[in-house]
Design a protein around this ligand. Structure first.
Ligand SMILES: Nc1ncnc2c1ncn2[C@@H]1O[C@H](COP(=O)(O)OP(=O)(O)OP(=O)(O)O)[C@@H](O)[C@H]1O
Length: 328
Protein backbone atom coordinates (compact mmCIF):
# COMPACT_ATOMS: atom_id res chain seq x y z
CA UNK A 1 0.00 0.00 0.00
CA UNK A 2 1.33 3.44 -0.88
CA UNK A 3 2.44 5.78 1.86
CA UNK A 4 0.03 8.59 2.37
CA UNK A 5 0.80 11.70 4.31
CA UNK A 6 -2.45 13.61 4.35
CA UNK A 7 -2.78 15.60 7.53
CA UNK A 8 -5.84 15.45 9.71
CA UNK A 9 -6.80 18.65 11.48
CA UNK A 10 -9.60 19.60 13.85
CA UNK A 11 -10.49 23.28 13.78
CA UNK A 12 -12.53 24.45 16.76
CA UNK A 13 -14.78 21.39 16.56
CA UNK A 14 -17.89 21.35 18.75
CA UNK A 15 -20.50 18.64 19.26
CA UNK A 16 -23.72 19.31 21.11
CA UNK A 17 -26.47 16.78 21.77
CA UNK A 18 -29.39 19.00 22.78
CA UNK A 19 -28.01 20.92 25.74
CA UNK A 20 -25.11 18.52 26.38
CA UNK A 21 -21.79 19.84 25.09
CA UNK A 22 -19.91 16.62 24.34
CA UNK A 23 -16.98 18.30 22.55
CA UNK A 24 -16.17 21.95 23.15
CA UNK A 25 -14.21 23.82 20.45
CA UNK A 26 -11.29 21.44 20.19
CA UNK A 27 -8.46 22.14 17.77
CA UNK A 28 -5.67 19.75 16.96
CA UNK A 29 -3.24 19.00 14.18
CA UNK A 30 -2.54 15.26 14.07
CA UNK A 31 0.98 14.19 13.09
CA UNK A 32 0.89 12.83 9.54
CA UNK A 33 1.49 9.08 9.41
CA UNK A 34 1.47 8.98 13.18
CA UNK A 35 -0.21 6.78 15.75
CA UNK A 36 -2.39 9.03 17.90
CA UNK A 37 -4.35 7.95 20.97
CA UNK A 38 -7.32 9.96 22.22
CA UNK A 39 -7.18 9.24 25.93
CA UNK A 40 -9.63 10.22 28.63
CA UNK A 41 -12.23 9.04 31.12
CA UNK A 42 -15.72 7.88 30.22
CA UNK A 43 -17.91 10.69 28.90
CA UNK A 44 -15.07 13.12 28.09
CA UNK A 45 -16.05 13.29 24.41
CA UNK A 46 -13.47 11.05 22.73
CA UNK A 47 -15.93 8.76 20.91
CA UNK A 48 -17.95 11.76 19.74
CA UNK A 49 -14.73 13.25 18.36
CA UNK A 50 -13.87 10.03 16.53
CA UNK A 51 -17.38 9.64 15.15
CA UNK A 52 -17.31 13.19 13.83
CA UNK A 53 -14.00 12.50 12.06
CA UNK A 54 -15.53 9.34 10.56
CA UNK A 55 -18.70 11.14 9.51
CA UNK A 56 -20.97 8.96 11.64
CA UNK A 57 -21.91 12.01 13.68
CA UNK A 58 -22.45 15.54 12.39
CA UNK A 59 -20.24 18.44 13.48
CA UNK A 60 -22.26 21.08 15.36
CA UNK A 61 -19.62 23.74 14.77
CA UNK A 62 -16.07 23.96 13.42
CA UNK A 63 -14.35 21.99 10.66
CA UNK A 64 -12.46 18.75 10.06
CA UNK A 65 -9.75 18.98 7.43
CA UNK A 66 -7.92 16.14 5.71
CA UNK A 67 -5.01 17.16 3.51
CA UNK A 68 -6.31 20.73 3.73
CA UNK A 69 -9.78 19.83 2.39
CA UNK A 70 -12.85 20.35 4.57
CA UNK A 71 -14.42 16.90 4.91
CA UNK A 72 -16.89 17.88 7.68
CA UNK A 73 -19.95 17.46 5.50
CA UNK A 74 -18.93 14.52 3.32
CA UNK A 75 -20.48 11.06 3.67
CA UNK A 76 -18.30 8.55 5.60
CA UNK A 77 -17.30 6.64 2.46
CA UNK A 78 -16.16 9.83 0.68
CA UNK A 79 -13.80 11.12 3.36
CA UNK A 80 -10.68 9.03 3.05
CA UNK A 81 -11.25 7.76 6.58
CA UNK A 82 -12.29 4.29 7.74
CA UNK A 83 -13.51 3.18 11.12
CA UNK A 84 -12.96 -0.02 13.04
CA UNK A 85 -15.65 -0.55 15.64
CA UNK A 86 -15.30 -1.89 19.17
CA UNK A 87 -17.56 -4.92 18.56
CA UNK A 88 -16.12 -5.40 15.02
CA UNK A 89 -19.68 -5.37 13.54
CA UNK A 90 -19.00 -8.32 11.21
CA UNK A 91 -21.88 -9.76 9.18
CA UNK A 92 -22.48 -13.21 10.68
CA UNK A 93 -23.89 -14.78 7.50
CA UNK A 94 -21.03 -13.63 5.22
CA UNK A 95 -17.68 -15.39 4.95
CA UNK A 96 -14.55 -13.69 6.20
CA UNK A 97 -13.51 -12.78 2.63
CA UNK A 98 -16.99 -11.44 1.82
CA UNK A 99 -16.98 -9.37 5.00
CA UNK A 100 -13.65 -7.85 4.02
CA UNK A 101 -14.85 -7.18 0.45
CA UNK A 102 -18.21 -5.75 1.53
CA UNK A 103 -17.53 -2.05 1.01
CA UNK A 104 -16.22 -2.76 -2.51
CA UNK A 105 -19.47 -4.53 -3.32
CA UNK A 106 -21.31 -1.39 -2.24
CA UNK A 107 -19.10 0.56 -4.65
CA UNK A 108 -20.09 -1.77 -7.48
CA UNK A 109 -16.72 -3.45 -8.07
CA UNK A 110 -16.98 -6.82 -9.78
CA UNK A 111 -16.63 -10.00 -7.80
CA UNK A 112 -13.24 -11.17 -9.05
CA UNK A 113 -11.66 -7.80 -8.27
CA UNK A 114 -13.31 -7.62 -4.84
CA UNK A 115 -12.12 -11.03 -3.82
CA UNK A 116 -8.62 -10.42 -5.12
CA UNK A 117 -8.35 -7.22 -3.04
CA UNK A 118 -9.89 -8.99 -0.03
CA UNK A 119 -7.21 -11.66 -0.43
CA UNK A 120 -4.49 -9.02 -0.29
CA UNK A 121 -5.98 -7.53 2.86
CA UNK A 122 -6.31 -10.93 4.52
CA UNK A 123 -2.67 -11.55 3.76
CA UNK A 124 -1.79 -8.22 5.35
CA UNK A 125 -3.47 -9.27 8.62
CA UNK A 126 -2.19 -12.85 8.36
CA UNK A 127 -5.55 -14.53 7.81
CA UNK A 128 -5.16 -15.84 4.26
CA UNK A 129 -6.08 -19.37 5.28
CA UNK A 130 -9.40 -18.43 6.86
CA UNK A 131 -11.20 -16.50 4.09
CA UNK A 132 -13.97 -19.09 3.72
CA UNK A 133 -14.91 -19.30 7.38
CA UNK A 134 -17.85 -17.54 8.99
CA UNK A 135 -17.07 -14.93 11.70
CA UNK A 136 -18.35 -17.12 14.55
CA UNK A 137 -15.77 -19.76 13.58
CA UNK A 138 -12.98 -17.36 14.51
CA UNK A 139 -11.35 -16.38 17.81
CA UNK A 140 -11.76 -12.85 19.17
CA UNK A 141 -8.31 -11.85 17.97
CA UNK A 142 -8.99 -13.24 14.48
CA UNK A 143 -12.33 -11.41 14.29
CA UNK A 144 -10.52 -8.24 15.16
CA UNK A 145 -8.09 -8.75 12.32
CA UNK A 146 -10.99 -9.31 9.92
CA UNK A 147 -12.48 -6.01 11.09
CA UNK A 148 -9.12 -4.34 10.47
CA UNK A 149 -8.84 -5.82 6.98
CA UNK A 150 -12.37 -4.68 6.25
CA UNK A 151 -11.59 -1.12 7.28
CA UNK A 152 -8.28 -1.03 5.39
CA UNK A 153 -9.62 -2.34 2.08
CA UNK A 154 -10.90 1.14 1.23
CA UNK A 155 -7.27 2.34 1.44
CA UNK A 156 -8.03 5.15 3.86
CA UNK A 157 -5.69 8.03 4.67
CA UNK A 158 -6.75 7.74 8.30
CA UNK A 159 -7.85 4.67 10.22
CA UNK A 160 -10.10 5.39 13.20
CA UNK A 161 -10.28 2.82 15.98
CA UNK A 162 -12.83 3.03 18.79
CA UNK A 163 -11.60 1.06 21.83
CA UNK A 164 -10.37 -1.67 19.46
CA UNK A 165 -8.83 -3.86 22.18
CA UNK A 166 -11.45 -3.69 24.90
CA UNK A 167 -13.27 -6.90 23.86
CA UNK A 168 -10.09 -8.98 24.15
CA UNK A 169 -8.70 -10.76 27.19
CA UNK A 170 -5.61 -9.14 28.74
CA UNK A 171 -3.10 -11.50 27.11
CA UNK A 172 -4.53 -11.04 23.62
CA UNK A 173 -4.89 -7.31 24.18
CA UNK A 174 -1.15 -6.93 24.66
CA UNK A 175 -0.43 -9.06 21.60
CA UNK A 176 -2.92 -7.25 19.38
CA UNK A 177 -1.67 -3.85 20.42
CA UNK A 178 1.78 -4.88 19.17
CA UNK A 179 0.18 -5.96 15.88
CA UNK A 180 -1.70 -2.68 15.52
CA UNK A 181 1.47 -0.71 16.02
CA UNK A 182 3.35 -2.85 13.49
CA UNK A 183 0.56 -2.53 10.93
CA UNK A 184 0.47 1.25 11.32
CA UNK A 185 4.21 1.45 10.68
CA UNK A 186 3.97 -0.81 7.63
CA UNK A 187 1.06 1.09 6.10
CA UNK A 188 2.40 4.55 6.93
CA UNK A 189 -1.11 5.99 7.32
CA UNK A 190 -2.43 7.85 10.38
CA UNK A 191 -4.19 5.87 13.08
CA UNK A 192 -6.43 7.62 15.60
CA UNK A 193 -7.23 5.22 18.44
CA UNK A 194 -9.68 5.96 21.25
CA UNK A 195 -8.91 4.43 24.62
CA UNK A 196 -9.48 5.09 28.30
CA UNK A 197 -6.39 3.05 29.22
CA UNK A 198 -3.22 5.03 29.86
CA UNK A 199 -1.04 1.91 29.53
CA UNK A 200 -2.50 1.26 26.11
CA UNK A 201 -1.93 4.87 25.04
CA UNK A 202 1.66 4.92 26.30
CA UNK A 203 2.46 1.60 24.65
CA UNK A 204 1.03 2.56 21.25
CA UNK A 205 1.03 6.24 20.65
CA UNK A 206 3.50 8.56 18.97
CA UNK A 207 1.14 11.25 20.12
CA UNK A 208 -1.29 11.30 23.05
CA UNK A 209 -4.28 13.66 23.10
CA UNK A 210 -5.71 13.75 26.64
CA UNK A 211 -9.34 14.81 26.83
CA UNK A 212 -11.39 15.77 29.86
CA UNK A 213 -14.79 17.44 30.11
CA UNK A 214 -15.17 17.95 26.35
CA UNK A 215 -11.81 19.70 25.86
CA UNK A 216 -8.21 18.70 25.10
CA UNK A 217 -6.23 19.06 28.33
CA UNK A 218 -2.87 18.27 26.78
CA UNK A 219 -1.50 16.85 23.56
CA UNK A 220 2.01 15.87 22.58
CA UNK A 221 4.50 13.04 22.14
CA UNK A 222 3.76 10.23 24.60
CA UNK A 223 7.00 10.79 26.55
CA UNK A 224 6.41 14.52 26.88
CA UNK A 225 2.90 14.02 28.22
CA UNK A 226 4.13 11.38 30.66
CA UNK A 227 7.22 13.29 31.79
CA UNK A 228 5.67 16.70 32.08
CA UNK A 229 1.93 16.70 32.61
CA UNK A 230 0.58 20.24 32.51
CA UNK A 231 -2.50 19.84 34.68
CA UNK A 232 -3.32 17.89 37.83
CA UNK A 233 -5.93 15.98 35.85
CA UNK A 234 -3.36 14.76 33.30
CA UNK A 235 -0.84 13.88 36.05
CA UNK A 236 -3.42 11.85 37.93
CA UNK A 237 -5.01 10.25 34.89
CA UNK A 238 -1.72 9.19 33.31
CA UNK A 239 -0.70 7.72 36.68
CA UNK A 240 2.61 7.17 38.51
CA UNK A 241 2.76 10.86 39.43
CA UNK A 242 2.46 12.84 42.64
CA UNK A 243 0.56 16.10 42.63
CA UNK A 244 2.02 18.19 45.44
CA UNK A 245 1.27 21.74 46.65
CA UNK A 246 4.46 23.50 47.76
CA UNK A 247 5.17 27.11 48.75
CA UNK A 248 6.06 27.92 45.09
CA UNK A 249 2.92 26.36 43.60
CA UNK A 250 1.47 23.04 42.56
CA UNK A 251 3.68 20.47 40.89
CA UNK A 252 3.66 17.03 39.30
CA UNK A 253 6.56 14.77 40.26
CA UNK A 254 6.99 11.25 38.89
CA UNK A 255 6.87 8.67 41.68
CA UNK A 256 10.06 7.05 40.37
CA UNK A 257 11.88 10.40 40.59
CA UNK A 258 11.37 10.55 44.37
CA UNK A 259 14.29 9.26 46.46
CA UNK A 260 14.31 8.34 50.14
CA UNK A 261 16.98 9.88 52.38
CA UNK A 262 17.65 10.02 56.12
CA UNK A 263 15.06 12.33 57.74
CA UNK A 264 17.52 15.22 58.30
CA UNK A 265 18.87 15.15 54.69
CA UNK A 266 15.72 15.30 52.55
CA UNK A 267 14.14 18.32 50.91
CA UNK A 268 10.95 17.36 52.73
CA UNK A 269 10.18 15.11 55.65
CA UNK A 270 7.42 12.58 55.84
CA UNK A 271 6.00 9.71 57.89
CA UNK A 272 5.74 6.43 56.03
CA UNK A 273 2.12 5.32 55.87
CA UNK A 274 2.43 2.27 53.64
CA UNK A 275 5.05 0.08 51.97
CA UNK A 276 4.06 -2.18 49.12
CA UNK A 277 6.33 -4.67 47.36
CA UNK A 278 5.70 -4.66 43.60
CA UNK A 279 8.42 -6.99 42.30
CA UNK A 280 10.79 -4.68 40.42
CA UNK A 281 9.94 -1.75 42.69
CA UNK A 282 8.69 -1.00 46.17
CA UNK A 283 6.10 1.73 46.51
CA UNK A 284 6.51 3.80 49.64
CA UNK A 285 3.76 6.20 50.70
CA UNK A 286 4.63 9.03 53.05
CA UNK A 287 2.56 11.80 54.60
CA UNK A 288 4.15 15.23 54.33
CA UNK A 289 3.09 18.73 55.45
CA UNK A 290 -0.49 19.90 54.80
CA UNK A 291 -1.64 16.30 55.09
CA UNK A 292 -0.45 15.48 51.57
CA UNK A 293 0.60 12.03 50.49
CA UNK A 294 3.68 11.41 48.34
CA UNK A 295 4.48 8.12 46.67
CA UNK A 296 8.06 7.06 45.94
CA UNK A 297 8.73 4.11 43.63
CA UNK A 298 12.08 2.72 44.74
CA UNK A 299 13.93 -0.01 42.78
CA UNK A 300 13.74 -3.15 44.92
CA UNK A 301 17.50 -3.60 45.39
CA UNK A 302 17.88 -0.01 46.62
CA UNK A 303 14.93 -0.30 48.99
CA UNK A 304 16.04 -3.60 50.51
CA UNK A 305 19.61 -2.33 51.02
CA UNK A 306 18.07 0.06 53.54
CA UNK A 307 14.48 -1.01 54.23
CA UNK A 308 11.85 1.13 55.94
CA UNK A 309 8.55 0.42 57.65
CA UNK A 310 5.28 2.24 58.16
CA UNK A 311 5.69 4.75 60.99
CA UNK A 312 9.34 5.61 60.13
CA UNK A 313 10.24 9.27 59.69
CA UNK A 314 12.16 9.72 56.43
CA UNK A 315 13.44 12.41 54.09
CA UNK A 316 12.19 12.79 50.51
CA UNK A 317 14.24 14.27 47.72
CA UNK A 318 13.88 14.89 43.98
CA UNK A 319 15.77 16.93 41.40
CA UNK A 320 14.39 20.35 40.51
CA UNK A 321 14.20 19.13 36.87
CA UNK A 322 11.71 16.46 37.90
CA UNK A 323 9.31 18.99 39.38
CA UNK A 324 6.79 20.15 36.76
CA UNK A 325 4.65 23.19 37.50
CA UNK A 326 0.95 22.63 36.91
CA UNK A 327 -1.20 25.22 35.19
CA UNK A 328 -4.49 23.89 36.57
N1 LIG B 1 -26.28 10.34 21.01
C1 LIG B 1 -26.12 11.06 22.14
N2 LIG B 1 -27.14 11.81 22.63
C2 LIG B 1 -26.98 12.55 23.74
N3 LIG B 1 -25.84 12.63 24.45
C3 LIG B 1 -24.80 11.92 24.03
C4 LIG B 1 -24.87 11.09 22.85
N4 LIG B 1 -23.67 10.50 22.68
C5 LIG B 1 -22.88 10.92 23.68
N5 LIG B 1 -23.55 11.78 24.50
C6 LIG B 1 -23.01 12.48 25.67
O1 LIG B 1 -21.88 13.22 25.26
C7 LIG B 1 -20.83 13.13 26.22
C8 LIG B 1 -19.57 12.57 25.57
O2 LIG B 1 -19.82 11.24 25.15
P1 LIG B 1 -18.75 10.36 24.35
O3 LIG B 1 -19.38 9.04 24.03
O4 LIG B 1 -18.18 11.14 23.27
O5 LIG B 1 -17.64 10.19 25.48
P2 LIG B 1 -16.47 9.12 25.62
O6 LIG B 1 -15.34 9.87 26.17
O7 LIG B 1 -16.26 8.42 24.35
O8 LIG B 1 -17.04 8.13 26.69
P3 LIG B 1 -16.92 6.51 26.76
O9 LIG B 1 -15.48 6.19 27.02
O10 LIG B 1 -17.80 6.18 27.93
O11 LIG B 1 -17.43 5.99 25.45
C9 LIG B 1 -21.38 12.30 27.36
O12 LIG B 1 -21.87 13.16 28.34
C10 LIG B 1 -22.50 11.51 26.71
O13 LIG B 1 -23.49 11.19 27.65
Amino acid sequence: MEHNRKELELVSVTKRYGTTVAVNKISHHFQPSGYACLLGPSGCGKSSTLRMIAGHESVTDGAILLGGTDISHLAPAQRGTAMMFQNYALFPHLSVAENVAFSLKMKGEDKAQRLSKAGEMLELVDLSALGDRLPDQLSGGQQQRVALARALITRPDVLLLDEPLSALDPFLRVRMRGELRKLQRELGISFVHVTHGQDEALALADEIVVMNNAVIEQAGPARDVFNAPKTAFVAQFIGSHNVVSLAQGRFAIRADAVQLTPADKGTLQGDITAVEYQGTHVSVHARIARDQEVMALIPDTIFFANPHNPGDLIGLHWDANDQHKLTA
